[in-house]
Design a protein around this ligand. Structure first.
Ligand code: UDP
Length: 454
C-alpha cells in the first residue's frame, strides 16, 4: 500500500485526516500529542483515539493548539483481576509487573475501534498507532489505509534489539554483566543485562511478556512504516541500520517531537511555585540538579530512602519529583522531615511536574534520569547533561546511548556494578557530584550544549 503524495498547502492539507492512536501510558502518549500539534499546524485534520480516563490529559495537552483535534473516546475495560477496575493507563498500575497483561487487554477495544472508524466523516489518509496496539493493523487494512507504527523508542534501541536477534550474540556463555562485542557496530559493547531477560533466557520466553512483544514487533514489521521520535544527525548509524533491511518498513525520523511545544513556558495553567524557586536559584547563581524518573518506574521504599540521603550528602541544589505512589511509600512525615533537613537547598515536587519546562529553566544544569527515551530527547533539546540511571524496559540501552554514544552524561553506579542493581546513598551522591562539579560532568555538559546548538 502506498501513501498519496501530500500537498502541504493549507488547502491541500485540509483533505487529509490522520488518526493517532497512542498507547495508554504518558511516555507513549506525549510524543504522539506533539505529533498532533505538528500536523494541526499544517492544517491537517487530526483525530486522537483514547479512553474516557485518558481523555482529560489529552484534551488539556492539546488545549492550546490553534485548531482543535478531534478526540474519539472508546470504552476500555481490561480483563486482569489484579488490576483495579477503572485503570486505563499503565502509570496507574499498582506494579509494572502488570504492564504486559494490561497492554494485552487493549485488544478488547478492537470491535469498538473498527465500528468507530467506519463512521468517521472524513476518511482517514493514514493512521499512526502505537506498536503495542498491534491489532490496529487489521483495522487499518480493513478500511484500506496505511498504518505507521510508533514505539516511542530510539533508532539505537531498535537497532540493538534487531542486531542481537539476528546474530544470537546474547545466547553465549557470558555472565549477565559481561561485555559482548557487537559485530554490526564494532565500536560498541553491550551486556545481557542491557536487554529484557527474554532476549537471552529461554525460561523468560515462556511468559506473556515475550509472547506479547513478539506479536507487537512482528505485526509492526508488516505495517507501512515507523515514525521515530529522533533526528537523523543524532543517530545516523542506527537510523541507517533500521532502514537497511530490503523488505522491511521504512523508519522516518520525525523528532525531536518535544520541540513541537515551547520548552521554556508551558502555556496551560498557572505557573507553579517550583518555577519561582528555580528563578531564585538562578538569581543566586546556583546550579540545580533535576531528579525525575518518568511516569511509571517502580521504585522501592528502600531505594527512595537511598535517593533522599544521597541527595542530602551530595550538597547539590536539587528539585526532586516524587510521584504520588512514591510520596505515599515514604509517608508525609518522612517527606516533611526530609524537606526540613535540606531546607532551601532542595525542593520536592509531588505528583505531575512540568518536566520540559523545568529542563528548559536556566538554572537547571543536570538531570538524574531513568533514561526513558522522551526524557533523553527532552534533555538533549534543553542542553542538560544526564546522570543515567536506567531502571527497566529499553532504558539500559538508552543509558549507553547517553553516556557512550552521545557522551552527554555520566553513569549512576549500582552497588554491585550490575546494570539494574540497587544504588546506595554514596552511589547517588557520587554521581551527583560528578555530574554537577566533576570533570566528566563538565565535559558531558559541554557536549550537551553542543548538541543543543547543532
Ligand atoms: N513527565 C512529565 N512530568 C512528570 C513525569 C513525566 O512531564 O511528572 C513527562 C516527561 O517529560 C516525558 C514523559 O512524561 O515526556 C515520560 O516519558 P519517558 O519516556 O521519559 O519515561 P516513561 O514515563 O515512559 O518511563
Amino acid at each position: 500500500m502506498k501513501m498519496e503524495q501530500v500537498d502541504s498547502s493549507p488547502a491541500g492539507n485540509r483533505h487529509h485526516h490522520v488518526l493517532l492512536f497512542p498507547f495508554m501510558s504518558k511516555g507513549h502518549t506525549i510524543p504522539l500529542l506533539h505529533l498532533a500539534r505538528l500536523l494541526l499546524r499544517r492544517h491537517i485534520t487530526v483525530t486522537v483515539v483514547t479512553t474516557p480516563a485518558n481523555r482529560p490529559f489529552i484534551s488539556q495537552s492539546l488545549s492550546s493548539t490553534a485548531s482543535a483535534a478531534n478526540i474519539l473516546t472508546l470504552p476500555f475495560s481490561h480483563n486482569v483481576p489484579q488490576i483495579p477496575a477503572g485503570t486505563e493507563s499503565s502509570d496507574a498500575l499498582p506494579s509494572m509487573s502488570l504492564f504486559y497483561p494490561f497492554a494485552s487487554s487493549t485488544v478488547l477495544m478492537q470491535p469498538a475501534f473498527d465500528a468507530a472508524i467506519e463512521t468517521l466523516n472524513l476518511r482517514p489518509t493514514f493512521m499512526v498507532s502505537d506498536g503495542f496496539l498491534w491489532w490496529t493493523l487489521e483495522s487499518a487494512n480493513r478500511i484500506r489505509i496505511p498504518r505507521l507504527v510508533s514505539f516511542g523508542m530510539s533508532a539505537h534501541a531498535m537497532s540493538l534489539g534487531r542486531a542481537v536477534g539476528e546474530t544470537g550474540i546474547l545466547w553465549g556463555p557470558e555472565s549477565p554483566e559481561e561485555l559482548i562485542a557487537m559485530p554490526q557496530f564494532p565500536w560498541m559493547k553491550v551486556s545481557k543485562s542491557d536487554f529484557e531477560p527474554f532476549f537471552y533466557d529461554r525460561e523468560a520466553q515462556q511468559g506473556v511478556d515475550f509472547e506479547f512483544v513478539m506479536l507487537a514487533f512482528g505485526v509492526a514489521a508488516q505495517s507501512h512504516g515507523f515514525v521515530l521520535n529522533t533526528f537523523y544527525e543524532l543517530e545516523k548509524a542506527f537510523v541507517d541500520y533500521v532502514n537497511s533491511s530490503k523488505n522491511g518498513p521504512t523508519s522516518w525520523c520525525v523528532g525531536p517531537l518535544c520541540l513541537a511545544e515551547p520548552m521554556e513556558e508551558d502555556v496551560s495553567g498557572p505557573r507553579p511555585e517550583y518555577m519561582d524557586w528555580l528563578d531564585r536559584k538562578y538569581v543566586e547563581g546556583k546550579s540545580v540538579l533535576f531528579v525525575a524518573f518518568g511516569s511509571q518506574a517502580d521504585i522501592s521504599l528502600e531505594q527512595l530512602n537511598e535517593i533522599a540521603t544521597g541527595l542530602e550528602d551530595s550538597g547539590a541544589n536539587f528539585l526532586w519529583v516524587l510521584r504520588e505512589k512514591e510520596a505515599g511509600l515514604l509517608g508525609q512525615e518522612e517527606v516533611t522531615r526530609f524537606e526540613e533537613r535540606v531546607e532551601e537547598r532542595g525542593k520536592v515536587v509531588k505528583g505531575w511536574a512540568r518536566q520540559r519546562e523545568i529542563l528548559g529553566h536556566k538554572s537547571v544544569k543536570g538531570f538524574m534520569s531513568h533514561c526513558g527515551w522522551n526524557s533523553v530527547m527532552e534533555s538533549v533539546c534543553a542542553g542538560v547533561a544526564v546522570a543515567a540511571w536506567p531502571m527497566s524496559a529499553e532504558q539500559p540501552m538508552n543509558a549507553r546511548m547517553v553516556v557512550e554514544e552521545m557522551k552527554v552524561g555520566v553513569r549512576v553506579e549500582t552497588c554491585d556494578g550490575s546494570v539494574r542493581g540497587f544504588v546506595k546513598r554514596d552511589g547517588v551522591a557520587k554521581a551527583v557530584k560528578e555530574l554537577m562539579e566533576g570533570e566528566r560532568g563538565r565535559k558531558a555538559a559541554e557536549r550537551a550544549a553542543e548538541k543543543l546548538a547543532s
